[in-house]
Design a protein around this ligand. Structure first.
Ligand code: GDP
Length: 303
């Protein structure tokens, strides 16, 4: 990271659209010093089609500013889509002004997938990372030569402890890191009802009229509705079983759920970082629970 700060370069910060907070590199603004940052919101293919790119970009810009970052621009990509990678390369060309490019990011955001796609785009070759075709290439630092003698430098992924992904076993990763476009599901809820997202998160409807609440989660995540009354005991009894993931084997290291209350004044999303969100249309008071350390926040509804 300090190497990045000492070089005049364009910094490409890859983040997971689904997990902004779990994507932030602590102190990045200090490390990059005066270098320009291009923010890449990856995994856009998971978002339902109804979500407008402009809204996602605005939201990412706000979150970036909160984290002390002033990106020159924001690009949304799916690392699996060739067209997105071509567009990203054009954006990189536009902002790098002949300089080297450093690609930075925490683990799980899709940085390796994107780097592989960039190499493929640049050379027409796949699997170059392991075959080490470029001089100076090692497994922890990959340099992709550009036409003008500059390089795209891949940096080692930084581990972010507070990601949902760290709290589930490998078989459940797909539930917190969806592979396919999400199909929203609506639940008619009365005040006094609770939704459990497996055992990973919880949503309580505390006050307000009966209304439809829409969950945007992986299509296979088990959502369980119950009464708010007794929900604590229900969780203690069923976590690792009916309420899974986490599964029984993961419970010993799974953090306790912590609660945050939100007053809804306009159409809003309650965002469970790295898992998904619930859209609330009308006024009301709700509480959201997430594993200690994971972020939960409110934003203007994306859809
Ligand atoms: P890294 O740790 O940042 O290098 O992340 P990886 O490239 O290993 O990707 C982490 C996980 O996210 C893998 O399961 C990838 O298949 C998946 N992934 C990466 N990019 C995308 C994307 O654009 N869309 C979706 N849906 N999944 C992605």
């Amino acid at each position: 990271m300090s190497e990045v700060g000492e070089t005049d370069a364009l910094v490409v910060n890859v983040i997971d659209i689904f997990d902004f907070n779990g994507s932030v590199i602590p102190g990045l603004s200090r490390f990059v010093s005066d270098n320009d940052i291009l923010l890449v919101g990856n995994k856009r293919d998971i978002l339902p089609k109804a979500v407008k790119s402009s809204k996602v970009k605005n939201w990412l810009r706000e979150r970036a500013h909160e984290a002390g970052l002033r990106p020159v621009d924001i690009v949304l990509t799916s690392a699996h889509h060739k067209d997105d990678v071509s567009e990203l390369m054009l954006e990189i060309e536009k902002y790098r002004h002949g300089r080297d490019v450093y690609v930075v990011g925490v683990t799980n955001v899709g940085k390796s997938t994107l780097i592989n796609a960039i190499i493929k785009h640049a050379t027409g070759d796949s699997d170059v990372i392991t075959t080490s075709r470029f001089p100076g290439t090692t497994l922890d630092k990959i340099e992709i030569p550009l036409d003008d003698g500059s390089y795209i430098v891949d940096t080692p992924g930084i581990i972010h402890r507070h990601q949902m992904a760290h709290f589930v076993g490998p078989d459940d990763l797909k539930l917190v890191s969806p592979k396919k476009e999400i199909k929203p599901k609506t639940y008619q809820l009365n005040a006094g009802q609770t939704l459990f997202m497996g055992g990973l998160a919880r949503f309580d409807y505390l006050q307000g009229d009966k209304q439809g609440m829409t969950g945007f989660f992986d299509n296979h995540l088990n959502i369980h509705r119950t009464k708010l009354d007794g929900a604590d005991a229900f969780y203690d009894k069923h976590k690792g079983g009916l309420l899974a993931p986490p599964h029984a084997d993961d419970l010993a290291t799974f953090p306790k759920l912590v609660r945050k209350e939100f007053s809804i004044k306009e159409k809003s999303d309650i965002v469970f970082s790295g898992l998904g969100w619930i859209r609330v249309m009308n006024h009301g008071v709700v509480a959201a629970w997430v594993p200690e350390g994971v972020d939960v926040l409110i934003r203007k509804a994306l859809v």
